[in-house]
Design a protein around this ligand. Sequence first.
Ligand SMILES: Cc1ncc(C[n+]2csc(CCOP(=O)(O)OP(=O)(O)O)c2C)c(N)n1
Ligand SMILES: [Mg+2]
Length: 364
Amino acid sequence: MQRFPAYDPPEYVHWQPDEQLNAAFVESCSRDANRRTIIESLSSDAKLDLYRGLLRTRLHDITLKRWVKQGVISKAWLGTGEEATTVGPVHALDRTLDVVVPMIRNAGACCEMGMSVANMLRGYLGTYDSPSHGRDGHVGDFSHRVLQPISNIGNMPPVAVGIALGFRLRRENGVALTWVGDGSMKHGGTHEAFGMAAAHKLAAIFVVQNNQIALGTRVKEHHPEGTFDDVHRAYGIEGWAFDGNNVLDAYAATRLAAEHCRAGKGPVVLVAETFRMGGHATHDEREARELIPAEMFAYWGARDPIGLYEEYLTNHGVTVETLHTVEAAITHEIEVAEREALASQEMNMPRGETALDGVYAPTQ
Ligand SMILES: Cc1ncc(C[n+]2csc(CCOP(=O)(O)OP(=O)(O)O)c2C)c(N)n1
Ligand SMILES: [Mg+2]
C-alpha cells in the first residue's frame, strides 16, 4: 500500500519485503492442520475482503492522525500494527448473529461489522449524528451488533459474557467476542468474566491482545513472561495462540473458536502477540520511542501485517494490479467518509437542550 511519511511509523515508510518473514507467515498458516484447511478453503474474494479490512482500518487511523496534525481533533487512539488482531477475528464471525465488544484500539472491528467509516469519524468529532449523538469518543452501534464500550478497561469482558448469557437464555446460537489488552488482563473484571463464562460454558471468545505495553508500562514489567498462553487453564477452558500480525492465522483461529462455542463447549481464550507501533495515543508517541528499544520497533515494524499480507497474496496468485484496484476503492471510501464527517461537524453538532436525552437520572 501507499506509505505516508508524515503519518506512518518510519519502519513502515521504508518497509521492504523479507523472504524469511514471508516464509514464516506461510508457515504460521499451515502449522495447525485445522487452520490450514480453513485458510485453504477461503475464496479469493474472502481473502481480498480481509485485505480491504486491513486497509480500511489503517486508512481510518491515518485520517485521524492527519486530523491531529491539522488541529481538527486533539488526539487519537490508533491500532497501527495491530490491524490483523482486530480484522481477522471479525471476519471469522457470523456477522448476522454474533456480537463484538471492541476496545478503543479495535476501531477496525466496528467497520468490519458494517458501521460506516463516516460514523466512526463522526464519533471522534462528537457530532449529533454520530452513533452516540456526540456523547462519547468510544464508538459502537448495536444495530450493527457492536456494543459501544466504556473507557474503563476490564469492565467490558463481563458485559460480553452477559451478552453470551443472553444468547443462551434466548436459545440463540450467537457468539460474543471481545478483546482484552495485556494491561486489562490485570483487572478483576476480566477474570470474573472468564470464571462466569467457564462455569456456564457460555459462547464467549476473549482475544488477549498483547501489544507488549499498557499505557507506559511494558508487559515485562507487569506480567511474567509467556504466561498469557496458559491463562485459560486456570479456568478449565480452551485456549490457544495465534500470530497477531497474520490476518489469516487470526481468522482461522477465531473460526475454530467460534465453532467450539457454537457446539456448546464453552468459551475460548485466544492469545495474540502483536505490537503497538506508536504511543498509547498520538500524544505520547515520542515517549513510546524513548521507552521501547528501537530494535523492538524494527522487529515488529518488519512484520507490518499489511505488508506481510500483500506479499502472501501476490505470492498466491493475486496480481499487484488487483491490490492497487482494491486500495483505490478503499481510499475513495475513506475520502468520502471524511468529507461526510466534516460536513456533520459544520452542520450537526449537539444542541445544549439534548444533553439530558437518554440519561437515566431523576428529573426535578
Ligand atoms: C479501570 C481503568 N483503569 C485505568 C484506566 C486508564 N487506562 C486506559 S488504557 C490503559 C492501559 C490499557 O492497556 P492494555 O489493556 O494493554 O490495552 P492497550 O492500550 O495496550 O491496547 C489504562 C491503564 C482505565 N481506562 N480504566
Ligand atoms: Mg496493551
